[in-house]
Design a protein around this ligand. Structure first.
Ligand SMILES: C[S@@+](CC[C@H](N)C(=O)[O-])C[C@H]1O[C@@H](n2cnc3c(N)ncnc32)[C@H](O)[C@@H]1O
Length: 393
């Protein structure tokens, strides 16, 4: 297949759909390669001995052969199959169908409405294989997610699923970072600590890692509540500190997360992560007021006024520009970035994750990125972005 950017987008979308659990299946067809009698490959996601795999069914004219591969290896094989003979592939996800097709030496990429919007991917299997089981978890009871017997309350089902979903995403991302003897994790703006507890539980009790997890939160009532629950649960290396993200000493942090830290608090968190050279930075941004105000100031004199005069578009523009610049700055400091929707927007509009994975081999401080940042600000009529200002770029 030519047009490598289409293939790269297709492959990246597979990654994202596995991460956000919207993946349903993949099919490859119109084979014109060298292998005799091969017609199609069908790929689904399976759990084998609690490990996620991609199961390939190779359909030949008269027989099927099934082979299971690790996720990374499997995705590599899909890429290879598209370069070596398959002329069409469809990624079926609950969000959309993405089709890559080679027509007359050209590669086209099409996104259609999902034909499987209600498919459960691994959801049903996962109900049995949740990473955070509800039973025998005093903290879930104290956080009012379960009753004393470990039954999830009806009104906490969404929260419980969300906690598991976060942990699943993090569990996949954690595989990409170097293993440490002691994992030091900081959760910025930890609030009531749902995720902080679940992550500590997963790292120490499921992965059996030595982990020290700190929740940073300026609300004293939350900090007291969470510390009390941590003590009652016997989570010795989970603690919550009262203070601001800005003042937190993040040195030595390997994983930094910030979920729904308001407006520029997300920038403060990213700043803390980059300056600590954290291996993994995961933020779910919340509101985007700072950039919204900047765009609003210049909207009348800006070519984009046909969009920004509508509140809803201004809001979306501010979100994309704010998070796009965050990703750009992460890349400037040598982070590989991913941005994806991690939860259906039926649950919450605050559903984008910005992820940075530190790549010590990546070029640091590429001046072209600063040029792009400058041009982007000029285009959108932005004087400054809070994260840019923190680094004095
Ligand atoms: C929307 S809540 C999210 C809580 C939690 N991360 C979650 O996703 O369930 C945001 C929390 O961040 C805290 N917060 C916001 N800005 C902060 C700052 N600059 N320093 C410390 N905490 C902050 C708020 O008090 C609030 O508890």
């Amino acid at each position: 297949m030519n047009q490598p950017e289409h293939l790269a987008t297709f492959i990246q979308t597979i990654h994202e759909s596995l991460l956000d659990n919207s993946f349903v299946k993949i099919s490859l067809g119109n084979y014109k390669g060298a292998e005799e009698q091969l017609k199609n490959i069908y790929i689904k996601r399976v759990l084998i001995k609690k490990e996620e795999k991609l199961s390939f069914t190779y359909r030949y004219k008269t027989r099927d052969i099934v082979k299971n591969f690790g996720v990374a290896e499997g995705i590599g094989l899909i890429e290879k199959a598209l370069q070596e003979g398959f002329h069409i592939a469809t990624l079926f996800s609950t969000q959309f169908d993405l089709i890559i097709e080679k027509i007359n030496q050209k590669t086209v990429l099409r996104k259609n409405a999902s034909t499987n919007p209600n498919a459960t991917s691994l959801e049903h299997d996962k109900a049995k294989n949740r990473l955070i089981k509800p039973q025998e978890k005093p903290y879930l009871h104290e956080l009012k997610i379960t009753d004393e017997e470990g039954n999830v309350y009806k009104n906490a089902q969404d929260k419980y699923r969300q906690i598991n979903h976060y942990v699943e995403i993090l569990s996949t991302l954690i595989k990409d970072i170097p293993t440490q003897n002691l994992l030091k994790v900081a959760d910025m703006g930890s609030g009531k600590g749902y995720l902080t507890f679940a992550l500590y539980d997963y790292l120490t009790n499921v992965l059996k890692l030595e982990a020290e997890v700190t929740g940073v939160e300026f609300r004293p009532d939350m900090v007291q509540l969470c510390n009390r629950i941590a003590q009652n649960t016997g989570f010795e290396k989970l603690n919550f500190v009262e203070g601001t993200i800005e003042d937190y000493n993040s040195i030595g942090t390997n994983i930094l997360i910030a979920l729904h830290a308001c407006d520029t608090a997300t920038d403060d968190a990213i700043y803390k992560g980059i300056t600590a050279e954290a291996d993994l930075i995961v933020v779910a941004p919340c509101c985007h007021k700072q950039i919204r105000r900047e765009i609003e100031k210049h909207k009348a004199s800006n070519e984009l006024d046909f969009l920004t005069k509508y509140g809803i578009f201004l809001e979306r523009q501010a979100e994309m520009v704010t998070d796009g610049i965050r990703a750009m700055i992460l890349e400037y400091f040598g982070y590989k970035t991913k941005v994806f929707q991690f939860i259906s927007d039926a649950h919450t509009p605050k559903n984008v994750l910005v992820v940075g994975i530190r790549n010590p081999k990546a070029q640091q401080k590429n001046p072209e990125i600063l040029e792009k940042l400058k041009a982007t600000k000029a285009y959108f009529g932005i004087e400054y972005h809070h994260l840019e200002r923190l680094f004095q770029l």
